[in-house]
Design a binder for this molecule. Structure first.
Ligand SMILES: Nc1ncnc2c1ncn2[C@@H]1O[C@H](COP(=O)(O)OP(=O)(O)O)[C@@H](O)[C@H]1O
Ligand SMILES: N[C@@H](CCC(=O)OP(=O)(O)O)C(=O)O
Length: 457
């Protein structure tokens, strides 16, 4: 995969320093290879190729194939995670009880970058119909900056973060007012939830957000989520809403994630490039991610481009959630399981939101170099990284930040949330727990990275 946007901020506030340090000392002895990590496994997908590249047509169900009992078909498929076909993936999306739909700025704006109310109304219509048909719908919507910069007198979307934040603060209210009216035509209530990257990691905020959304859904409300742009600092922000939507899908235990953008599907290369071909189905996004050339935003109003959308699809896949990506005008057919856009099959059972964050969204601030023994233990999975097995520390980080764990040859083995500040680490290196307790005190007698905060890459 090419690209990379540098948009994701550090996880500095995301770890809970107290919690990280209070981990039981017994945990550090758990250098076993038992269990697995939630992510990082390139599961096999049977005989299927990593991606189906087509001219857009998908095979219809064969004559005689049972399509009568949708729910049992889906349940049966779910037990075979990692082997879903295109049809099974589409059917699961159509049968989803809880759906997270993400719409990007590029799908809600005019060519000038200003909010396009007609597009917003069309989307609201498709989602209200899904809601009225009985589905729980969560909408993750960008568009606050687009809605705000015009009324503030800017001719085009500002580029500096502070002005974008001010525009988002003005635009968010205007955006919600449009949604309120548009959903209101169908008798559907909406509610606003603004969330920062940190909220998805702090246990208390995470639980609160989850409970609020669950209650809203019980009440028949469509939660409309956006990043809390005013509070998100340069260092700690998603910037785009793609990865946020995958974390929200995890948070609400969604059965499907629908990514709506300004391009009809994923292509083998940025669609403007000659020869790029449309991809209709991706059975294993973790295996194909290297085969696709992705570029940044095509519109000038979107933020993450295809890089962050593929990351979102991958986060969904390793969370056991099927996903589809297409243009916003295809929202209705996508929700019905029609062969539009690109469908992504799930490859794993559900993982925890924290581990997904560490793997996909954290921004490592430094590196801990593991010796051969520690590297082998980390590679085997479910091992904490002890100071005794670390040869060197690089970078300037605070307790709770994400760091790389590398082997001596410089290969990245894992990402993890480190429990100590970078200035504290050198005195700890090479020392076992008893030495750390004796020389530095009880608070240093803990792993540098606890296994619960460590994810293989
Ligand atoms: N391989 C690819 N396949 C499809 N689109 C791509 C690819 N690489 C880059 N893109 C671009 O990604 C854009 C969508 O991202 P973005 O503008 O951030 O949208 P949004 O506002 O919906 O998040 C498309 O308009 C397209 O130009
Ligand atoms: N939170 C910002 C989203 C920024 C953005 O452009 O996101 P996206 O269109 O998903 O790439 C807003 O509401 O304007």
């Amino acid at each position: 995969m090419t690209g990379g946007d540098g948009l994701v901020g550090q996880a500095g506030q995301l770890g809970d320093e107290g919690r990280l340090r209070k981990e039981s000392a017994a945990d550090e002895s758990a250098e076993s290879a038992a269990g697995d990590s939630a992510v990082g496994v390139k599961s096999a997908v049977g005989a299927e190729s990593a991606a189906d590249v087509t001219d857009g047509s998908e095979t219809e169900p064969a004559a005689g194939e049972s399509v009568v009992d949708e729910s049992s078909a889906v349940v049966g498929v779910r037990s075979g995670i990692g082997t879903w076909t295109a049809q099974e993936t589409r059917r699961a999306i159509a049968a989803a009880q809880t759906i997270v739909v993400k719409v990007g700025s590029s799908s809600l704006t005019q060519p000038s970058g200003h909010l396009d109310v007609g597009k917003l109304e069309a989307l609201a219509g498709a989602l209200a119909n899904a809601r009225l048909a009985g589905a729980n719908v969560v909408l993750v919507s960008s568009g606050a900056i687009a809605a705000g910069f015009g009324p503030l007198g800017f001719a085009s979307r500002p580029t500096d973060v502070a002005t974008q934040q001010a525009c988002a603060s003005v635009g968010q209210g205007l955006l919600m007012a449009q949604y309120e009216t548009a959903f209101g035509r169908y008798g559907v209530r909406v509610g606003q939830l603004l969330i920062t990257a940190g909220d998805t990691m702090q246990p208390q905020q995470y639980r609160s957000a989850r409970r609020t959304m669950a209650t809203m859904l019980e009440l028949g409300v469509v939660p409309i989520v956006n990043e809390n742009d005013a509070l998100a600092s340069n260092e700690i922000r998603f910037g785009d809403n793609d990865r946020l939507s995958a974390l929200i899908a995890n948070m609400v235990c969604a059965d499907a994630l629908v990514l709506l953008t300004d391009v009809d599907a994923l292509y083998t290369a940025p669609p403007k490039e000659p020869g790029s071909r449309r991809i209709s189905f991706v059975p294993n996004v973790t295996a194909m991610i290297e085969e696709i050339r992705v570029g940044g935003t095509g519109s000038g109003v979107g933020t993450g481009g295809m890089v962050t959308k593929l990351e979102a699809a991958r986060m969904a896949a390793v969370s056991g959630i099927p996903a589809v990506m297409t243009c916003a005008s295809n929202a209705g057919p996508a929700l019905m399981g029609d062969s539009v856009g690109t469908a992504f099959a799930p490859v794993k059972q559900r993982g925890s939101a924290k581990r997904l964050w560490i793997k996909f969204a954290s921004h490592p601030q430094g590196t801990l170099v593991a010796d051969a023994g520690a590297a082998a233990a980390v590679r085997a999975g479910r091992a904490s990284l002890l100071a005794a097995g670390v040869l060197e520390t690089r970078g300037d980080f605070a307790a709770g930040d994400a760091v790389w764990i590398d082997d001596e040859a410089g290969n990245h083995l894992a990402r993890g949330l480190v429990a100590y500040d970078s200035e504290e680490v050198p005195d700890m290196l090479g020392r076992n727990t008893a030495q750390l307790r004796r020389l530095l005190g009880d608070e240093y007698a803990h792993p540098l990275v606890h296994r619960d905060n460590l994810v293989l890459v």
